[in-house]
Write a protein that binds this ligand. Structure first.
Ligand SMILES: [Zn+2]
Length: 57
């Protein structure tokens, strides 16, 4: 039985204004259960916007 639990998950951070995925990062599901929301620089909007966690792939 292969039951290797993946604790660290790769996620993408998508701009809430233009919806582009500008960043990828990892998060530990054990310590971070809520959705990530970060102020990040969007090169398409050329300003800092709110980036929200989305699934990779
Ligand atoms: Zn943007």
């Amino acid at each position: 039985m292969a039951s290797k639990k993946q604790v660290v998950e790769t996620i993408a951070l998508a701009c809430s204004e233009c919806k582009r995925r500008n960043y990828t990062t990892t998060k530990n599901r054990k310590t971070m259960q809520e959705k990530l929301e970060l102020m990040k620089y969007c090169k398409w909007d050329r300003k800092h916007t709110l980036h929200k966690e989305t699934k990779v792939k």
